[in-house]
Write a protein of this length. Structure first.
Lengths: 321, 323, 270
């Protein structure tokens, strides 16, 4: 039973006069209840657009087609009023930069409680406070009372992200969308937030959708990894390591992960650039950067077969369960 | 917070010193000091009051002594006596102060009230006909010479359609009115001057509010507020609005010098018994002590206004309040 | 955006041209009095009517335009010169020098400009030259602050560092490398400055503190008109309209230039 079902989702951005940027090209994806899924890719691959379309936070200059079904209702066709009963209620969202996502002129108290009031229609002040403090404690904040009364600028980055998580979970959604939740944080804090997400996922049986450019983080938190390239899903696999992946792009992503054990000075990068998203081409978009490029790659656009969009995939190693 | 206010208060000192230096230098601007200019230009000044002038500013003393004397007067608001009626300058200025304050504060309130409404609505309806119309409307107000608009409206209301008073702050029979009637009478007299001042001042504030509102609406915290599922009204009129209106408080202070400065042209046209008109009258009669008094008072009011605005901003913005 | 620049520029140029070509556009002298036709309403001979001394209002406005435009432009040049100098020095050197200059700006901002002008005029006496100088001396703070901010941001750019490495003198750096980058904002400010100066000059002249008769200025034609407000509307209406059109044109031009030099990306999110 899937909680979110995406069918043939395409999103274009209008760029000036009559120019379109094809950010998502006919994406199909079903996310099951309690599933943890990571969407990975380089910047500009469409992963953030995909995340935004889940609760329809797309920019005003976007045109979308296809469907995003949550509880069998199409998010993309909903009015703002209808969306209010999905956002925060069925799916909570946390963002990359917690400092920018929290409103600087409202206290933590106000920002948690306004969400609860909007959805659960609770007005009793002591009840609201009790719920807010409980949420803050659940996200591992030690001085919940102090944080509750604070303003965002008085908190550390880690605390801010915990508050964001508390807000996102305040109305007990079954889905949590985490858009690069640790990118803006210090390394030590990153680890804590990841642990927190793991714990919350388990305790609340959440469907977790993690958007990240960091394959390590993806594998740490999620079993299923969706790899995106040039607005398309190129691989959708249950994987734990490089050998379990089949697409040359996924393998390339594995190779650029800096290895702490090796004493390499340089930053590894995938050579070449992400293709121009303004064009639609009848070929493989990864062709020019690919190790395994063959004659088919320039002649036709590959389809998804067994979770891989490639004419010459690597053979996957079996996942040991 | 306390530190912020203390720092803000300390900043006043160099500004005050600066004001004394500028005003002092202007007294000595004309070659040979202003006493000579005085003789040439003003027949009303008798040799007797010339002597008094020399004593007043200690013009026969060394320069540094003159300056300290000036500062000493400045601190005590003692600007000497008027050349025209020998009354203390401070008394003359103070009795004109309420009318100026009344006109400027009411105008300021109207400007901010309408400016915020126009700014916010234009931000929400940006690039529509309404937005363009409001931009043009406020822009015309900004470009129109207020004294001309005042004359045109006086022409209209005094001659063609006499429903609004065009001069003074009260009617001729003010003394025999009841208190309620007196209040109504003053409000009645305020309508035209306030309308004209507000028309001229709207552009600045509405433009500021509009751009700051658009900025708030595109911030990450607004997107996050949508993601929380808050009602759109709450997002716009509570979350985004508070962010864009806080800095407007400091604009209150910044728009003061323009308003107060404009008041001498304005009060003269409308025969408004305020400080601006006093400054103009004393300029016309070369009543130097009174001119110095009004200029200093105007600077003092601006300083005070800025101070109040900055401190209130510190009080309402949590980023400064809890530092 | 370009429409604003075009409209404003055409209007501004037309105003300047008609001021220059005043003798060609009217056959009346601005000083010739003719009491027999005093206060006559606009007709085909005197299209804007005549004033209380029988002088042609249209001619007086054309010659007034010369004075108002000159005062506006010269005053702005003076203020721009002071502002650019102080602003770039403050922005480039920073530290104590910056602090002193900015405190001075604070002080200037505290004394309401018109009061300061009033005081200076009383001490120096009203005349065309004095009005230009005084407006210039009192209106440089905005441009100084602007230039300071621009210089500070340009200073951070890499090529200025590069110029320093080559060993260019500081003054060379300011004028050769920073100036071209801040010409845009300077143009914008000068355009707004001209409209501001015209407005101030007309206001002062209107009160008898600016351009003195017999020289005509839009402001002092209005002064005379004020006394005949009930009988000779044209003496009030036309000169004021001219001020409005001049100020409006320069403001539109400034607005257009500001957009042109500052193409902000319009990011609009839900």
């Amino acid at each position: 039973m899937s909680v979110i079902e995406i069918k043939a989702l395409s999103v274009d951005y209008k760029l000036g006069q009559k120019q379109l940027l094809h950010a998502l090209k006919s994406v199909n994806l079903a996310i099951g209840a309690g599933e943890a899924l990571a969407i990975v890719g380089e910047s500009g691959c469409g992963k953030s657009t995909l995340a935004s379309s889940l609760v329809n936070l797309l920019a005003l200059n976007s045109i979308s087609s296809g469907t995003v079904l949550i509880d069998n209702k199409n998010i993309l066709e909903m009015t703002n009023k209808e969306l209010e009963s999905v956002r925060g209620v069925k799916a909570g969202t946390i963002f990359q930069d917690p400092a920018a996502s929290l409103n600087p002129v409202f206290s933590v108290k106000e920002q948690i409680e306004e969400t609860i009031m909007a959805h659960l229609k609770i007005k009793d002040k002591s009840k609201l406070k009790e719920m807010a403090i409980k949420l803050l404690e659940e996200t591992g904040i030690k001085e919940a009372q102090r944080v509750y009364e604070s303003y965002p600028h008085q908190l550390s980055g880690g605390q801010q992200q915990r508050v964001m998580i508390a807000i996102a979970l305040s109305c007990s959604p079954k889905i949590l969308i985490a858009d690069e939740p640790t990118t803006a944080l210090d390394v030590t804090v990153q680890a804590q937030i990841i642990e927190l997400l793991k714990r919350l996922k388990k305790e609340r049986n959440l469907s977790l959708i993690l958007i990240t450019h960091d394959l390590h983080l993806a594998l740490d938190l999620c079993k299923r990894v969706i790899v995106m390239y040039a607005g398309e899903i190129v691989e959708d696999t249950i994987m734990q390591n490089k050998e379990a992946s089949a697409h040359p792009y996924t393998r390339a992503l594995f190779e650029i992960i800096p290895d702490i054990n090796e004493n390499k000075r340089e930053f590894a990068v995938i050579p070449g650039e992400v293709p121009d998203l303004k064009m639609v081409m009848n070929e493989c978009y990864f062709k020019n950067r690919c190790h395994k490029v063959g004659e088919k790659c320039g002649k036709a656009h590959p389809e998804m077969v067994n979770g891989v969009r490639c004419f010459y995939p690597y053979t996957k190693e079996r996942v040991k369960s | 917070m306390k530190q912020y206010i203390l720092k803000r208060l300390l900043l006043i000192i160099p500004v005050l010193i600066g004001i004394t230096i500028i005003t002092f230098s202007i007294i000595h601007l004309t070659p040979g000091g202003f006493v000579r200019t005085n003789m040439e230009m003003n027949v009303k000044v008798s040799p007797d009051s010339m002597e008094r002038l020399k004593v007043l500013y200690g013009l026969d003393k060394p320069l540094y002594e003159q300056y300290f004397k000036w500062v000493w007067r400045f601190i005590r608001f003692d600007f000497g006596e008027s050349f025209i009626d020998n009354r203390p300058v401070l008394d003359k200025v103070l009795e004109r102060l309420p009318a100026t304050l009344l006109l400027n504060l009411v105008s300021l309130a109207v400007i901010f009230f309408l400016g915020i409404i126009i700014g916010v609505t234009s931000a929400l309806k940006r690039n529509t006909f309404y937005d363009r119309f409001m931009t043009l409307f406020t822009f015309v107000g900004y470009s129109v010479p207020t004294f001309w608009l005042a004359l045109i409206l006086m022409m209209l209301f005094a001659v063609i359609w006499p429903i609004l008073p065009v001069s003074g702050i009260t009617s001729f029979n003010f003394d025999v009115m009841s208190l309620g009637e007196q209040v109504a009478d003053v409000i009645w007299h305020l309508i035209l001057p306030v309308f004209i001042t507000a028309f001229g001042g709207l552009a600045y504030i509405s433009r500021y509010v509009k751009s700051s509102m658009i900025e708030s609406l595109t911030q990450q915290y607004t997107i996050a507020a949508y993601a929380k599922g808050l009602p759109e009204n709450k997002i716009i009129y509570k979350n985004a609005l508070k962010n864009s209106l806080l800095p407007v408080i400091t604009l209150l202070g910044l728009s003061l010098p323009g308003l107060i400065g404009g008041s001498f042209i304005f009060e003269t046209i409308f025969a408004w018994p305020g400080m601006g008109r006093l400054a103009y009258e004393s300029a016309m009669t070369f009543d130097y002590p009174v001119i110095m008094g009004t200029v200093t008072m105007a600077a003092f009011l601006t300083l005070l206004g800025n101070l109040i605005a900055d401190i209130s901003y510190a009080l309402v913005d949590p980023r400064i309040r809890y530092k | 955006m370009n429409k604003m620049i075009m409209t404003g520029a055409i209007a501004a140029v037309l105003l300047i041209l008609s001021a220059i070509a005043a003798p060609l556009l009217t056959s009346y002298d601005y000083k010739t009095q003719d009491i027999s036709i005093r206060l006559s309403s606009p007709d085909t001979k005197h299209i804007f009517g005549t004033d209380e001394l029988g002088r042609d209002v249209f001619s007086r406005m054309l010659y007034g335009a010369r004075i108002s435009m000159t005062v506006g432009i010269i005053a702005v040049l003076i203020s721009a010169l002071i502002g650019i100098l102080l602003g770039s020095v403050a922005g480039y050197f920073g530290g104590l020098i910056d602090n002193i200059i900015m405190r001075f700006v604070d002080i200037m901002l505290t004394i309401p400009t018109l009061f300061l002008i009033l005081m200076l005029i009383v001490f120096l006496g009203p005349s065309i030259i004095n009005v230009m100088i005084i407006i210039g001396l009192t209106s440089w703070t905005d441009i100084a602050r602007l230039i300071r901010a621009e210089v500070m941001s340009v200073k951070k750019l890499a090529y200025v560092d590069a110029a320093k490495l080559i060993g260019l003198r500081k003054r060379t750096i300011i004028f050769k490398h920073i100036m071209p980058n801040i010409l845009g904002p300077i143009f914008v400010y000068m355009t707004f400055g001209i409209s501001g100066a015209i407005l101030t000059e007309s206001g002062l002249s209107f009160l008898g503190l600016g351009v003195q008769p017999p020289y005509p200025s839009w402001g002092n034609i209005l002064t005379a008109g004020k006394d005949y407000i009930h009988t000779a509307w044209w003496m009030v209406f036309y000169p004021g309209l001219a001020i409005f059109i001049a100020v409006f044109s320069y403001n539109i031009l400034g607005e257009g230039l500001r957009d042109y030099f500052n193409p902000r990306l319009k990011k609009e999110n839900k």
